[in-house]
Ligand binder design. Structure first.
Ligand SMILES: CSC[C@@H](O)[C@@H](O)C(=O)COP(=O)(O)O
Ligand SMILES: [Zn+2]
Length: 217
């Protein structure tokens, strides 16, 4: 069964909202980033950004609906995001995922490179960890980091291997983050929480270094 027009338009409107919000934060430099919202399961169909678009703008040709194999469900001249396969992996691995957002930021790139050696970034005791839906006292989270394979099936397979239901995101080395949630509201909250934690940690390292240098002089 194919999604109804109403379902598609609802997903497209929600993608417009997320896209403009992230664009205002400069989270789509150089046309990077891609967004998707699931429309239905069995068979899987989701709305995804078209490839190579300027994501700071709205146009009638911004999104299309694809199936589990990342193929458009109806004839279109639009090309799905080059990274659509990663969205499909998230929806196929986590039945509860309803939206998946990908952005490139300086902070997520810095953290992904700094901690690639450990293949993970760990942080503890930060209030914003609750933004990931993790409420325990002094919680500690570990975000996996994968190599930035140019071959998208290889990249998607590497992501598929390391993502878990506990942590709704994955870093790609010197590339960006994929974050997801049960719906677009939750995926946005998760993405914002991750980005806060990355920026906090990177700035904290810088400040600590500055303080150490000052006090040791
Ligand atoms: C223009 S650099 C970014 C791309 O290589 C890619 O990583 C990306 O996020 C956007 O690709 P797209 O095909 O537009 O969804
Ligand atoms: Zn990307």
């Amino acid at each position: 069964m194919t999604a109804t027009l109403e379902q598609r338009l609802d997903a497209f409107r929600r993608l417009d909202d997320a896209k403009l919000t992230f664009a205002r934060r400069d989270w789509f430099p150089g046309t990077s980033g891609n967004l998707s919202i699931k429309i239905q399961d069995e068979p899987l169909q989701f709305a995804v950004t078209a490839s190579g678009k300027d994501k700071t703008k709205l146009s009638p040709e911004d999104y299309l609906v694809v199936d589990q194999d990342s193929r458009p469900v109806e004839a279109t001249s639009l090309k799905p995001s080059a990274e659509t396969l990663i969205h499909a992996v998230v929806y196929q691995k986590f039945a509860k995922a309803g939206a998946c957002f990908h952005v490139h930021t300086v902070w997520n790139n810095l953290i992904s490179e700094l901690y690639f050696g450990q293949r993970a970034f760990t942080i503890q005791g930060q209030e914003l960890i609750k933004g990931l839906g993790i409420w325990e006292e002094n919680a500690r989270i570990t975000v996996p980091i994968v190599e930035n394979f140019a071959d998208i099936p290889t990249l998607a397979a590497a992501i598929e291997k390391v993502i878990t239901p506990e942590i709704p995101g994955v870093l790609i080395r010197n590339h960006g983050i994929y974050a997801w949630g049960g719906n677009d509201f939750e995926a946005k909250r998760h993405l914002e929480a991750f980005e806060f934690l990355f920026e906090y940690h990177a700035r904290w390292l810088q400040l600590r270094q500055a303080v150490v240098s000052t006090t040791s002089n």
